[in-house]
Design a protein around this ligand. Structure first.
Ligand code: AMP
Ligand code: ZN
Length: 133
């Protein structure tokens, strides 16, 4: 059984923030900011692109509840909501999860380190290669 399934089943301890029929939310043990939280569906899938739509909807309902609550108790002013897919993205736990990273006053993108492809030339070349219609 995977580590997040074990957390959901209370076989491994966690700082549980919220639980309902479909989802479980707990604090990340290596937080990127105060209140960094993981929302996971109880139904196992490897990553968000393999999860069914209903499962994703349940997760987002929970994300909305939690961020609304954090607006009040943490006074956070924004959130990065991230789901890593495959090891090349940094995924290390292969049970679908959404990171909620509360943000405060810095106005700084978490994606700054990925910006080497941001030239106009690169954008045009990529567009010609990947457009669908
Ligand atoms: P990812 O890199 O998207 O797969 O994220 C996995 C996250 O799970 C990381 O941010 C870890 O810090 C976190 N994590 C791993 N094990 C635990 C655990 N036992 N309790 C809480 N968070 C965990
Ligand atoms: Zn699992």
């Amino acid at each position: 059984m995977c580590i997040f399934c074990k957390i959901i089943n209370q076989e491994i301890p966690s700082y549980k923030i919220y639980e309902d029929e479909y989802t479980y939310a707990f604090l990340d043990i290596s937080p990127l900011s105060q209140g960094h939280t993981l929302v996971v569906p109880k139904k196992h899938s490897e990553h968000v692109l393999e999860a069914d739509s209903a499962t994703i909807t349940h997760c987002f309902n929970t994300i909305k509840k939690i961020t609304h609550h954090y607006d009040n108790v943490l006074r956070s002013s924004g959130y990065n909501i991230i789901s890593n897919v495959h090891p090349s993205s940094g995924q290390t736990v292969f049970h679908t999860h959404f990171h909620i990273v509360p943000r405060f006053t810095k106005n700084e993108s978490l994606f700054d380190s990925l910006k080497e492809h941001s030239s106009e030339e690169n954008i045009k070349m990529t567009f010609e290669t990947i457009k669908i219609a």
